[in-house]
Write a protein that binds this ligand. Structure first.
Ligand SMILES: NC(=O)c1ccc[n+]([C@@H]2O[C@H](COP(=O)([O-])OP(=O)(O)OC[C@H]3O[C@@H](n4cnc5c(N)ncnc54)[C@H](O)[C@@H]3O)[C@@H](O)[C@H]2O)c1
Ligand SMILES: CC(C)(O)[C@@H](O)C(=O)O
Ligand SMILES: [Mg+2]
Ligand SMILES: [Mg+2]
Length: 335
């Protein structure tokens, strides 16, 4: 185990390093919308670059940000931040950024995919760095507005100026991440761990675990509403306890019966086989096989993602969740 040498916070970062520099945020989706608004509200000079005058364009305008076409956004930019989908970044780079950008402008990422798997080969005279928030875009905005921040990782790939880390930390401060903490990493470590996390637990693992538990109960004749509360809705409350008080805090809040059942049956369900498959999943990421497969899937119009989304939308658990939504929302704390 190699522990982190440093966790950067507000006192380690200074916005002055990038004050007045022109920052072009490319994309106005999950992260783009959050970063552009947080950086602007932190007093920085932000423009948003978009390819088309569509939904994102209108959304930016309604948030009080004047969007520009990508070429216009990057041509005077000192710092160019890629916040379009990972699979779009290479084409955007080749067609709309590289031909128009200022020589030596910084290239910044929120995830290492395109650099680590060499889909983008940056020019040697640019600083290349990453600030990777460890949470979804809307939460990056929500926490910032409430005076907090989502923690992030920071990594430097090329440091031509000698100030890449200071600039990366200033951006991290601008989006609110240093209010929590920012951990130094590499593009390799961020890319591999981020993909692993979203595949085996945060997105893939948790989704399949909820579905399998819900369907097991329903198949055995239990009411789907009861199954929904038990296997999906209550998860938030237990995860909130982990978030606030750690795993020990969560265990202290549940009954001894739940502790005993959880400690014994948890290991029976999530057994050595599951761990072996987690290692296999990690191996596919490390070897580049997952990246290759994802690029190919994207090239075919993402059929797996499109069909998967429609299956989830039409699933019994989602229908039950929608039916119970009003009731669940009514019970939520008001503040
Ligand atoms: N979503 C997250 O919460 C999250 C968290 C951490 C890191 N990241 C990273 O941040 C980056 C952005 O991800 P995201 O999920 O915010 O993206 P997203 O899918 O929300 O981006 C959508 C936006 O990108 C632009 N866009 C979409 N398709 C385009 C196309 N074909 N051509 C040009 N522009 C297009 C549009 O402005 C659109 O609003 C990625 O590198 C991702 O890995 C995302
Ligand atoms: C929010 C996540 C899952 O952590 C991010 O990594 C993503 O790719 O959206
Ligand atoms: Mg990710
Ligand atoms: Mg992530």
């Amino acid at each position: 185990m190699k522990s982190t040498s440093k966790i950067y916070t507000d006192k380690d970062s200074n916005l002055d390093v990038i004050k007045g520099k022109r920052i072009a945020v490319l994309g106005y989706g999950s992260q783009g919308r959050a970063w552009a608004q947080n950086l602007r509200d932190s007093g920085l000079n932000v423009v948003v670059g978009l390819e088309r005058e569509g939904k994102s364009w209108e959304l930016a305008k309604s948030d009080g940000i004047i969007p520009l076409h990508t070429e216009d956004a990057v041509k005077d930019a000192d710092i160019i931040i890629f916040l379009v989908p990972d699979m779009v970044q290479r084409t955007l780079w080749l067609e709309s950024v590289q031909p128009y950008m200022k020589k030596g402008a910084d290239l910044v990422f929120a995830h290492g995919f395109n650099i680590h798997y060499k889909l983008i080969e940056p020019p040697k005279d640019s600083d290349v760095y990453m600030i990777a928030p460890k949470g979804p875009g809307p939460t990056v905005r929500e926490y910032y507005k409430a005076g907090g921040g989502v923690p992030a990782l920071v990594a430097i790939q090329q440091d031509v100026s000698g100030t890449a880390l200071q600039k990366a930390l200033a951006i991290a401060k601008g989006i609110g991440a240093t209010r929590a903490g920012v951990i130094p990493t590499t593009f390799k470590e961020e890319t591999e761990t981020d993909l692993f996390g979203e595949q085996v637990i945060l997105v893939g693992g948790i989704m399949e675990l909820m579905k399998a538990a819900f369907e097991t109960l329903v198949e055995e004749g239990y009411q789907p509403e009861v199954a929904y509360f038990e296997t999906i809705n209550e998860l938030k409350m237990l995860v909130d306890l982990v978030y606030e008080k750690g795993i020990t805090g969560m265990l202290k809040a549940v009954s001894d019966t739940a502790k005993y059942g959880g400690m014994t049956v948890g290991k029976f369900v999530i057994n050595e086989d599951v761990r072996k498959r987690m290692k296999e999943a990690l191996q596919r990421i490390k070897s580049g096989k997952f990246a290759e497969e994802w690029v190919e899937e994207y090239g075919r119009g993402m059929p797996t993602v499109v069909n998967g989304l429609s299956q989830v939308q039409n699933s019994l658990e989602e229908k039950i969740g929608n039916q119970l939504k009003d009731l669940i929302q009514k019970g939520k704390p008001k503040s």
